[in-house]
Structure formats: C-alpha cells, structure tokens
Design a protein around this ligand. Sequence first.
Ligand code: F6P
Length: 367
Amino acid sequence: MTMRIAVLTGGGDCPGLNGAIKWVTKTALDPLLEHKRTVTFDVLGIKEGWKGLVEVDPDDPRSLAQHVLPLDEEVVRTWDRYGGTNLGTSRTNPFNPKNDRSDKVIENIRKLGIDVIVAIGGEDTLGVAYKLHKLGIRTVGIPKTIDGDLVGTEYSLGFDSAVNIIMEEIDRLRTTAGSHNRIFVVETMGRHAGWLALHGGECSGAYIILIPECPFEMDRVCELLQERRGREIQYSIIVVSEGAKMGGIQEFYKDDKLDEFGHRSLGGIASRIADEIERRTGYEARYVILSHLQRGGSPSARDRLMARWFGIAAVEMIMNEDYGRMVSFLHGEITSVPLKEVIDKLRLVDVDKHYDTDRYNGKRGTL
Ligand code: F6P
C-alpha cells in the first residue's frame, strides 16, 4: 500500500520550517526503512499553507504546478540549512466564518489522493488541522512559533533562532548606546506571550524587560532608570514585547486590518516608551523594532536539530496511525499530544515563577 503525505507550512515563517519538511520527506522515503514497513509513501509539498489547498484545481496541470510540489530526497537535500519556507506560507483560514472554503479543501484533498496532511504551524494552522481531523481528514501537526506560546510542547520551531537574533542585535546596540549614553528600547515580537522578550532580554543582560503577562507603568520604568544613573554604566537596554501592556492597555497596533484568523498587526510600543522616557526624565532615548528580522536568516543549531526530530516523529506518528495529534517536546523527550489540547489556549510566562514584577526583569532567585 502507498500512502500520500501532503506537507504544508502556515502562519508566520521562521527558521526551522525547511528542516522539518526535509525530515518528513527523508523519513517517509528512506530506502533503508522501506523493507521494515508495511506501507510505502510519497510526499507532496503544498505551497502557501492552506491557501494552496483552497486554490488548487487538481484537474488543471498549470494550477497543480503552481500549488503543489512533489518532494523527494533530491529536492529537499539542502533545505535544512536555509530559513524561511521553500513551500511558502499564508494566513489563509479555510474555516473563516466570513468566507468558509472548508468544503473545497476537503474536495481537493480527495482529488489529490492525499491520505494524510502534516501541518507545520502555530495555533491558527494547527486549529485548521484539528477541524479537518474532526471532519475525517487524517492530520498530524508540527509546532512552530517564534512566540513560543503553543501549549502542549516545551519547544516550537523558530524560537531559538529568534532569541539568538535578539541577542546579537542587542550586542550590536550596546556599543552605540554606550558611546552616546543613551537608553535603547528594543521591541521584539510576542503578541500574547513574553517568552521572546524575556529570554532574549535575559541572555543579553537587558536592564528592563516588559512582557504582555505583566502590565507595566511608565512611572516605574523611569524610576528604575533614574535609580541606576550614576551607579553603573550610563546607558540602559530595555526589551519590550510588541504585546506588552502600558498601564494595562494593549493599544499599539500598526493598522486596523484583521487577518483571516481575526488578528491585528501589533507594533510601535517601543517608540512610545522612548518618547515617554525622554519627556519624563530628560534622558536621551532611541528605539529599535526588530520586527521580521527575528524571523529571518538561517536556523540555529537547536532549530535544525528540533526540525529533524519533529519531522522524523511526524512520520512515526503516521506509521502508528496517531492522527489528530501534534508532535511535541516535553521533559526532554519527543512525544505527541492531541491537537484538541493545543488549540484555543496559550502558553504564557508564569509571572510568579519567572518574572520580577518590581524590577521588571527575569526573576533572580525565589524572593
Ligand atoms: O506568528 C506570530 C508572530 O510572530 C507575532 O509575534 C507577530 O505579531 C506576527 O507574527 C507578525 O506576523 P506577520 O507580520 O508576518 O503577519
């Protein structure tokens, strides 16, 4: 029996996606494993996430070439070294209540002869995989989000590469911040969860770290900066999540547009903080919004390794008929969890455990 695996990437891109696609493909097509298995596989890449399955016309060869890419070991050989996703991605939601195209997707899955879908993505992409699973489509998920906010796993692809980028950029900023005695406010991604800001800020020794889980007051930020002046070096680095809440309110949106999952683009809180610091303290302040730089470049060693392990595990799950589940990394082991447990929830920073609400920084000890 031959099973057809379709693999796709959805939502924001990040380093590690190409590695996961590669290792799904290599593991499924591994000639040394073939004789141990009762099934053989072929692998199709679906371009631009769920959009590919919405838009493809399986009866039209030109449309097929546009939306589907057959994958084999030769095609994916070098992919794990590169960031982004060679299959492309989108934020298309086939179950968008304003434009439901789920019937079309199911019809196309059948017409393309797809037996199982490996969806690599965050909460939105995996939410679609779960809904399809409930409608009888076999799906397996692989976790990806630089925000690190997926529940059911302690690691999601892209996070480590993004933290490394934050650290490298802050290292760069320090020399200019020091030369001018300036405060630098560095804005990271992190819509709901502060993991990127917290880990990025902690590993680069930021003086203040502001995260969505703990609303902050500008009075306290300024007080902390004033306390420090003259005590040590004259400049300070503040790291802030795009979703942090000044005075308890999340109000820094780029525009009014909503994506197909109902999200608005965040951004701009760093500029407001820098302005407030200058206005309230007279200290010179500048800001940097790291934005999509955090999703760029090649994957870190950890992302390459996790992409490999996740890709291999996804094929194992297909062999074991563990559908409707997501590969996960828990307590140092690769395992899996039901997709049902992953959606409509968020993995947030536990403030009591990890965050000092007085110092606005990572916790030092248990006090
Ligand atoms: O996928 C989540 C994320 O990394 C958020 O932190 C950020 O708000 C969003 O992506 C921005 O993505 P884009 O601009 O690509 O839509």
